[in-house]
Design a binder for this molecule. Structure first.
Ligand code: DGY
Length: 334
């Protein structure tokens, strides 16, 4: 088949992704791709989306009105050019959903398949920060490890602790399940509404303030919305225990980073573990990186072979479903 006679729909993939998704798409679609590991430049995105029927994108791509317009005619009254946008992520704050809805474009995302991987990474950060692993490793490497010392490098373990989870959604719940075998005494959570799954993990729905004041560990597990940008600010940190550890595997936008720095520096809270920051990558001169009680990871919550491959596959299956007139396996309710 030459391109001229090829009647298959066109899909544009905005990055090199695990091959599973591409393999699923390539028989039924003409696949074009930004086949590189770096982020697609804006002009390439605007060029790549032109005339395609489906977009396979990532959380690093801003999918706004201009991108939708660049795809081609979108008016409801005529057959829209772009028939679906599917992101290889569970987060979707990079997509202008109002515009998609206006144009009747179904949006797919990838919940569930990354839940366990992200919960595991949340636990890694929690354990690492609670037991001060960054400081401990620095001590070994820097030669300040002296004799075994009964009062040195003491942390607070999870045994008997109260853990506060902000957002008991898919990931928050999976984290709660991981926490139970560590002997935590109490799991409290806050969010927009009470979760029907709370009993599974014996979690108590409490106000955000109550959670801040009573938790030994505070975990950001919610999605970022217009309402919770900067939720963790100076006021929130001032309500936490001075022994509290804050972990965020959600989105950097939840946190006011200057306020977090001050809280850590002044000993208002004991430590922090972040898998997400603003911006990403976090500049190497960020003050947060000067603190030995702050551990920062490069947004690797879902970075297992299994999860990323499943995310790629689910994104492809979401796209395929639209063209087979089937229900998307994971369609965003907009
Ligand atoms: C997501 O999917 O939104 C995560 O941030 C990356 O897996």
């Amino acid at each position: 088949k030459t391109m001229a006679t090829d009647t298959r729909p066109k899909v544009f993939v905005t990055r090199r992704v695990p091959v599973r998704g591409i393999d699923l798409l390539k028989d039924k679609f003409v696949v074009s791709q930004w086949d590189r590991e770096d982020r697609i430049p804006r002009e390439e995105l605007l060029r790549g989306v032109k005339g395609v029927d489906a977009l396979f994108c990532l959380l690093t791509d801003k999918i706004d009105k201009d991108v939708l317009d660049a795809a081609g005619p979108q008016l409801k009254t005529i057959c829209p050019q772009l028939k679906t946008i599917c992101t290889m992520s569970v987060g979707y704050e990079h997509i202008d959903l109002t515009e998609c809805k206006k144009r009747n474009i179904p949006v797919g995302f990838t919940p569930d398949v990354l839940t366990n991987a992200t919960a595991e990474l949340t636990m890694s950060l929690l354990l690492a920060t609670s037991r001060r692993l960054k400081e401990a490793m620095t001590a070994v490497e820097g030669g300040s490890w002296g004799t075994w010392n009964p009062i040195w490098m003491l942390g607070h373990g999870l045994d008997g602790a109260t853990v506060g989870i902000v957002g008991l959604g898919r990931i928050g719940l999976a984290v709660a399940k991981c926490l139970l075998p560590f002997g935590v005494s109490r799991i409290v959570y806050s969010g927009n509404s009470q979760s029907e799954n709370e009993q599974e993990v014996n979690a108590e729905f409490v106000s955000f303030d109550y959670l801040l004041e009573n938790s030994d560990f505070i975990l950001g597990c919610c999605s970022l919305t217009a309402n919770n940008i900067g939720l963790f600010n100076a006021e929130a940190f001032s309500k936490m225990k001075t022994s509290a550890i804050f972990v965020n595997t959600s989105r950097g936008g939840l946190v006011n980073q200057d306020d977090l720095y001050n809280a850590l520096k002044s000993g208002k809270i004991a430590g922090a573990g972040l898998d997400v920051t603003t911006p990403e990558p976090l500049p190497t001169d960020s003050p947060l990186l000067t603190l030995n009680n702050c551990l920062v990871l490069p947004h690797i919550g879902s970075a297992t072979e299994k999860a990323r491959s499943a995310m790629s596959e689910l994104t492809a299956r979401n796209i395929l479903a639209v063209f087979e007139n089937k229900e998307m396996p994971s369609r965003l309710n907009i």
